[in-house]
Design a protein around this ligand. Structure first.
Ligand SMILES: [Zn+2]
Length: 266
């Protein structure tokens, strides 16, 4: 079984930002517990005592808000930096690596469309492509989607059955064993991990900040020079110089995130 942890960054409607990002973290069931424990251990090493259990939530850590307000800035930044170091390098005892996915919706490029549904359609299609590739190599898995309970639960519960029967979304998803499950991010280190992936991706496409994104970007699902796991949904994507858009044209994945000036932002 493969689990896909899902979280978003940005808001799907309105004009206060340009992008909505939905990210996924795919893990084999045996690798979930070791990865969660590794994140626990990392945070407790930097913050012994009760702060070792604080929720890893990137925007609150950076700004020192809510539960992070009493933690010194140097410690907060150390937690964030080392957590991204883990997302970059962590390998399960099995030898498998976590696989990341993200869909970046440029909202104005899709007038009249529901950005949440659009992003989920693409995210699950890419996850399904990944599982199909494993299946074709003789490694078959069922799958389960686990989302933050603050996400768009009602919308998903309504549209999910249509993904399974193939009447909605880009393709029928054979592998799903159940509708998405919703868990509190406080209780799940892996929902917290995918929050970091969503946040870093959002900050790159919305603001051009590559500092954290560059740690994760080469772990997006990829095959034969195409970065399938990262999808940039923007008008004029053929002119876009971002790594996934360019990889679809050149069949080659650049060694570092593109300069923001080369990213299509109509
Ligand atoms: Zn692009």
């Amino acid at each position: 079984m493969y689990l896909l942890y899902v979280d978003e960054s940005g808001v799907p409607t309105g004009k206060h930002d340009d992008h909505f990002v939905l990210a996924g973290l795919a893990l084999h069931e045996e690798d979930c517990y070791p990865m969660a424990r590794s994140l626990d251990a990392l945070q407790r090493r930097i913050l012994p005592g009760p702060n070792g259990d604080l929720e890893l939530h990137a925007s609150r850590i950076i700004s020192g808000r809510s539960e992070w307000s009493h933690v010194a800035k140097a410690e907060r930044l150390s937690v964030l930096q080392q957590s991204f170091g883990m997302l970059k390098d962590w390998v399960a005892p099995s030898g498998r690596k976590p696989v990341y996915f993200a869909v970046v919706v440029h909202k104005r490029s899709w007038p009249g469309r529901n950005a949440v549904q659009l992003a989920y359609d693409h995210l699950l299609a890419k996850f399904d492509t990944f599982l199909t590739r494993l299946h074709l190599s003789g490694d078959s898995h069922r799958s389960l989607v686990i989302a933050d309970e603050s996400s768009y639960e009602k919308l998903l519960q309504r549209i999910m059955p249509r993904w399974k029967d193939g009447s909605e979304g880009p393709k029928k998803l054979h592998s799903l064993v159940e509708v998405p499950l919703f868990v509190g991010s406080k209780a799940s280190r892996l929902i917290q991990a995918v929050d970091l992936v969503a946040w870093a991706t959002y900050n790159y496409y919305e603001r051009g900040h590559a500092r954290y994104f560059e740690h994760i970007y080469d772990r997006f699902d990829a095959q034969e020079g195409v970065q399938h796991g990262l999808t940039h949904l923007v008008r004029g994507y053929r002119e876009c110089g971002c790594v996934p858009c360019q990889s679809r044209r050149l069949r080659e994945i650049a060694a570092a995130p593109a300069a923001w000036a080369d990213v299509q932002r109509p």
